[in-house]
Write a protein that binds this ligand. Sequence first.
Ligand code: ZN
Length: 574
Amino acid sequence: MNTITKVRKIEFKVTLDAQQRQVFEHHSRDLRFIWNTGLACIQWREWWEKWQQVLESPDRVGYEPETVPINWACNIVKSPKKKKKDEESEKKVYALACDRVQYRLEKTTNLELGTGEWTEPRKDRNGKIDEDHCWVAYPCKPEPVREHWTEEPRLLLLMKNPYMALRTMFAKKNWDPETVEGKIIHGLNTAWVAGECKALGDAWSSYKSGVRKRPRFKKRHDRSNLINPSSKQAKFSGNSLTLPGLGRVTVKGLQQRWGEKPACPIALIKEGDEFYLQLTGELEIPVVRSNKVTIGIDPGSVRLATTDNGAVIEAHKFGKQMTRRQKKLQASINRKLRLNSDRVYDESDSSRFYLKPRKNWKRKNLQKVRTKLQKLSAKTARQRRAYNHFHSTRIVQSADVIIMEGLELKNVTRAVKKGKSGEHNKRKAKAGLNRSLLDNAIGQFYGMIEQKAKDAGKVTARVNPFRTSMTCNKCGFSDAKNRKTQAGFHCQKCGHSDNADRNAALNIKRMGVLGVTKLTFDNDWNITVPGWIEPGDLVALHSKGLKPVGTAKKRSKRAGKEHPSQLALEIGSQ
Ligand SMILES: [Zn+2]
C-alpha cells in the first residue's frame, strides 16, 4: 500500500508515580502564573497601543500625555430607541474596551471611574460594532505607570506572536530568586516554561488572525497540561520516554505506535486523575484512493448525519447515559457547597444572597467528586472523538467530493416547539442539552472530515441548508407540509416519498454539484435554479470554488414578497 508522510498527533495513556505526579501538580500550578502574568502583560501592551492612538487623535483636549493612565472610565452613548434600558446600564457598566476606543470627549460630569477591567465592544447580529451602543473611553485619573510593565518594551515590538518576548521575559536570569515571583520561576523546569510561552504566543497570534477566541486567564480548576516545544530533551527508548524534570515514564504501546522518531511538541495532559501523552510528528499514513464519487451529507437533529446513498450515522449513545451520571455528580457538588457555606444577604435587597464557603471547611470530599466528574466528561469526550474519527475516515475514503451543510450556530440551533406553560421549560432545557451534545459532535465531525479530505487531496464544500429538508428532490417543490413526520418525506406535488434526511442529503449534494450555494424559489416555492440537472458533474465543482453563505434571514417573511427574478442565484465564485 502506498503511504505518504504527514504531521500527526497521537495520544497515549501514561502512568506517573507519586513523585512525578507531585512534580506535575507543582508545575501546572506555577505555569498558570506564567500564563496569567504573560497574558496580563500582552493585554497591557494592547491597551498601551490604543492609548497612543488616543493621544494622537485631534479630539483630545485637556489631558496631558505625561503618564499612561491605568484607570479609564467608559460610558455608553444613549440609544434613541432603547432609552430606558440604557439609562439603567449607563449607571452600572463601566469598563475599558480596547478593540474600539472612541477618541471623543464627552462632558466629564457623571463619569464613573473604571478600573481597567476587560470587555469586548458590543456587536450587532452581523458582527458589526454597534454604533448606537459603542463604548466611549475616557482617559481619567492619570497614575504613574507601574514599573514592572514599562520594563517590557520588547513585547510591543512582537505583538503578533509574543513567544520570544515571553521567553526572554520569563528567563531565570531576569528574576531575583529572593522575591515571591522569582522563587516560582526559579523552581520551574525551563522546557515546560518554554512550552507555556509557546502556547500563549500561539493562542494570541491565532486570536489576532481571527482563528480562535481571545485567550483567557487560567483558573484553578482549568485543565492542566505541560508542553515541551523542543524535540531534543525527550529521549525515547522502547516503551519508555524520558521527560524533562519528570524522569522516565512508561508509555503503553509507544514502541508499536510511535517507535523512536523525534516528536515535537510533546504534551502531558491531565484529565480527571489520569495522564495522557500527546506526541506530534511525521507519520506514514496510507494514501486514500480516488473513486470519482460525490457525496452529500445532511446532519440530523436526531442522527449525527445521513448521506445521500442512505447510509445513516447514528448519534453516539454515550452522551445520554453519561449525562445522567454527570447530573448526579453535579448535584452532589452543589449540595456540598450549599451545606458548607453561609448565606450572605444583600444589604439593599434582603431576598438576594450569595453563598460564602466556611473558612475551616476541608474540601477533600468535594475535590473527590470534582475529579470524578472531570473523569467522566473526559471519558465522554474521548468516546465521542473516537466515534467521529472512525466515521469521518470512512466518509473520506468513500468519496472524492464531499458536500456538507454550512455550519453556523443559527442554522444548527433549531427552535423548540411551544408546549404547555409548565412543560415548556423542561422541554426546552432537555432539547438544549441534547442539541448541545450533538452540536459539539457535529462540529467536530465536520472538522475532521475537512481535515482528512484536505490531507487526502479531496474536495469539500459547504452549502446553505435553507429549506433543503422541505424541498422535493424529484420536482423541486418546497413546502413545510412535505415533511409531516420527523423521518418521512412525502412531496405534495409529485407524490415522491423518501426518507427525510436522505432527501435533504440529496438536495445538498445536488447544490454542490451545480455550484449553487443557496436554493432560491419562486412564489409557489418551486426551485428557480436553471437547469435542475442530474448530479455527477465533477468538473463543474472543481472549477468553482464553493464557499459557505450566510444564514437565511426571516424565512417566513420572504415568501411571496419578492419577485423570483430578484432572487438571484448565488454562485460561489471566488
Ligand atoms: Zn416532488
